[in-house]
Write a protein that binds this ligand. Structure first.
Ligand code: C5P
Length: 403
């Protein structure tokens, strides 16, 4: 009974593998889960609702309205009820609808309302699975934070052999159990993350900014949330978005707003990761109208901004951790060490502008971590997601007693 108390939506679509959904349903029920089946019209061509409602002990949901009495099936309530949604089998058509928000059936509307993790077990012919359209939709679903349970290779209903067989129900069940029981190492922890650039107003249409994309900070926020933490992400203007439901974004524009948001949030947090590229100077007297073009030189007087990391370093208690970044061109290690001391950081992540593929705007990064014990770890060039995992691993190691 490893799934006792868990509410699971099982979405079934029109594939021959729908018969395996009955076995999956049986296994989930045997493990103690409450399962609500949502089936598409095509799904019903392959397996009857009678079988599914008998196995689940609940009427099967398929249409927006009950056929006889006009009752409305609330996809919103269902989406909120569930601890997990599994779509097994998921056809190319349903995957496409989910990736593009085509909410023309109960299953896709439920998916769009679900706040829980979503697992998708594709089942289709090998060529359909390999088609760039299907692959693109699968990538889109992954980017939403959904988990794809990869289909297996073997004999397909078409008689062909290849990749497209829905994963076996017993394996899907193990995957589900594992997702609930895996210990989330940062459960009950809360972190503040700053990310992106700041924009410092010059006049009503101009600002001083920088090339930070926010990708590194957002990847760290996602990784912390994946490990079970609650994350407050104080973000400068960026085009990336936070996908994980555990992340609460506070959008800011200027260094002063980022300072205010961060200092307000920090006391309730177990730690902060300062990955924003905060402007060091801001115009002394920003204008509220547009400065007109002219022949004379234009001088803008700048004043220093407040150092957020240093302010948090001063405020921090013994149980809070603080992580900073350094982006240096000269004397990198020495300057990073100084910054670690000056800002009272637990460790500093150095990314060098001298390294190809590291720093602003790119999807990769090459970092060195230096901690208070002067231990220096050099990492390979990796994707920002992998770099985020390395940084979060180091954060987890700072809470040894409880984790
Ligand atoms: O001193 P420097 O700007 O190089 O330090 C970089 C580190 O300090 C980064 O972690 C950055 O997010 C943080 N910082 C800050 N507030 C500032 C300037 C930098 O939090 N005003």
């Amino acid at each position: 009974m490893r799934l006792k108390g868990k509410n699971i939506i099982l979405g079934i679509t029109g594939s021959i593998a729908a018969y395996k959904a009955a076995i999956l349903l049986r296994l989930l029920i045997k493990e103690g889960a409450s399962v609500q089946v949502v089936i598409t019209s095509a799904g019903k061509e392959f397996i009857t609702p009678v079988t599914l409602s008998a196995l689940s002990g609940k009427p099967v949901v398929s249409e927006f309205f009950g056929a006889n009495d006009g009752t409305w099936n609330s996809h919103v309530d269902l989406g909120l009820w569930a601890d997990l949604m599994i779509i097994a089998p998921a056809t190319a058509s349903t995957i496409g609808k989910m990736a593009n928000g085509i909410a023309d059936n109960m299953l896709v509307t439920t998916y769009l309302s679900a706040k829980c993790p979503v697992f998708i077990a594709p089942a289709m012919d090998l060529d359909m699975f390999a088609h760039p359209s299907t692959q693109k939709n699968i990538e889109t679903l992954k980017s939403f934070g959904n988990t794809i349970i990869e289909p297996g290779v073997g004999e397909l209903a078409s008689g062909l052999d290849g990749k497209g067989r829905m994963e076996e129900p017993a394996k899907i069940t193990e995957f589900v159990v594992d997702s609930f029981t895996r210990k989330k190492k940062l459960q009950n922890k809360k972190f503040l993350v700053t990310a992106g650039p700041t924009f410092e107003k010059i006049d009503s249409v101009r600002f001083i900014g920088n090339y930070s994309s926010g990708k590194m900070g957002y990847a760290i926020a996602e990784e912390l949330a994946d490990k079970g933490a609650e994350v407050v992400l104080v973000s400068g203007p960026v085009s990336v978005t936070a996908k994980h439901p555990g992340i609460n974004v506070i959008p800011v524009e200027s260094a002063a707003e980022m300072f205010a948001g961060s200092t307000q949030q920090f006391p309730g947090c177990d730690g902060a990761i300062m990955s924003a590229a905060v402007a060091d100077f801001t115009p002394l007297q920003p204008k509220n109208r547009k400065i007109k073009r002219g022949k004379e030189n234009w001088q803008i007087e700048l004043q220093p901004t407040k150092d957020i990391a240093a302010a948090l370093g001063e405020a921090k208690t013994a149980s809070q951790i603080l992580v900073g970044f350094a982006l240096e061109t000269d004397d990198e290690i020495e300057n990073a060490r100084k910054k670690l001391q000056k800002k009272n950081l637990d460790f500093i992540v150095l990314n060098s502008l001298n390294e190809k593929g590291a720093g602003f705007r790119v999807d990769t990064n090459k970092i060195t971590i230096i901690d208070r014990n002067n231990i220096q770890q050099n990492f390979e060039l990796k994707s920002k997601k992998e770099v985020a995992a390395d940084i979060v691993q180091k954060i987890i190691a700072l809470f040894p007693a409880e984790l």
